[in-house]
Design a protein around this ligand. Structure first.
Ligand SMILES: [Cu+2]
Length: 271
């Protein structure tokens, strides 16, 4: 069996997690509450190329599965870790706070391939729904007394660095605790289709008891120009906080040796 010849850096062309199935793997038996307020369970099964439920997964960021649910307008983001039973069925207690159409991503590494993959499905939740219009870039936000700022340029088609800086009452927060094997966990979704980007934290995995801050640096590759929704999970004093931010790609910085002697070009890119 050919292993597919993925040469070099594949981030730019990698799947964006918008498929229910890929490379023989598929989300099946997806079940969730169908209305708000109902206490229930979100559950699903990953089947493999042989059609059977997959039961062997490789840990990634300390978990076998990262499950992300977000309303299709980018609101109501949740990042959780369901439990798997021996038959391969994943489940977690679940209740929807608002009605709407949701996309549910399952991010996992089948042991058989050793390669991370993201599959997703949509779930409809009945009831009145007031979509929130896509926001302008939001590079600063406050969550539970923590101020979070994102700096750095997201460049379409290139790996680029995004730096998150966390402060509280004007003071830099230096007591970030390891969460999921890193000092922060960032999910980036493309505005428009919620394409799922794989984002990697910089630096070595933290040791137990080690703290860091106020900066967390990530490397992300935006596949196309546009706006991206960022969701940063970080932990302080045992509590996990999620900061939503919105960034837009900038033009390539042309950081090569060649001087940029071309005509001056504004930063605006109208479509
Ligand atoms: Cu996770």
């Amino acid at each position: 069996m050919s292993s597919g010849g993925h040469a070099g850096h594949e981030a730019a062309t990698a799947s964006l997690g918008l498929g229910l199935a890929q490379d023989g793997y598929q989300l099946t038996q997806v079940s969730a509450p169908t209305q708000t307020g109902a206490e229930g369970e979100l559950s699903l099964t990953v089947t493999g190329p042989d059609g059977n439920p997959v039961t062997d997964f490789t840990l990634d960021h300390e978990q076998e599965m990262h499950l992300i649910a977000v309303r299709t307008d980018g609101q109501q983001f949740r990042h959780v870790h369901p439990e798997r039973d021996e038959a391969g069925r994943w489940s977690i207690p679940w209740q929807w706070e608002t009605a709407g159409s949701y996309r549910v991503f399952a991010d996992f590494v089948p042991e058989e391939t050793g390669e991370g993959m993201t599959l997703s499905t949509t779930v409809q939740v009945a009831g009145d729904y007031d979509p929130v219009p896509a926001e302008q870039p939001v590079t600063q936000t406050t969550v539970n007394d923590f101020d979070v700022e994102v700096t750095g340029d997201l460049v379409a088609g290139e790996a680029s660095e995004l730096t998150m800086t966390i402060s509280r009452d004007g003071d830099p927060v230096t007591e970030l605790e390891p969460y999921l094997g890193a000092f922060g966990h960032l999910v980036a979704l493309r505005d428009g289709d919620l394409g799922y980007l794989h984002v990697h934290p910089h630096g070595d995995a933290p040791e137990a008891g080690e703290t860091s801050g106020p900066e967390i640096v990530f490397e992300a590759t935006a596949p196309t120009p546009g706006r991206y929704l960022l969701f940063l999970d970080f932990q302080v004093d045992g509590d996990v906080h999620t900061a939503p931010l919105v960034v837009e790609t900038t033009s390539s910085t042309d950081s090569g040796d060649a001087g940029q002697a071309d005509n001056e070009e504004g930063e605006d890119h109208d479509h």
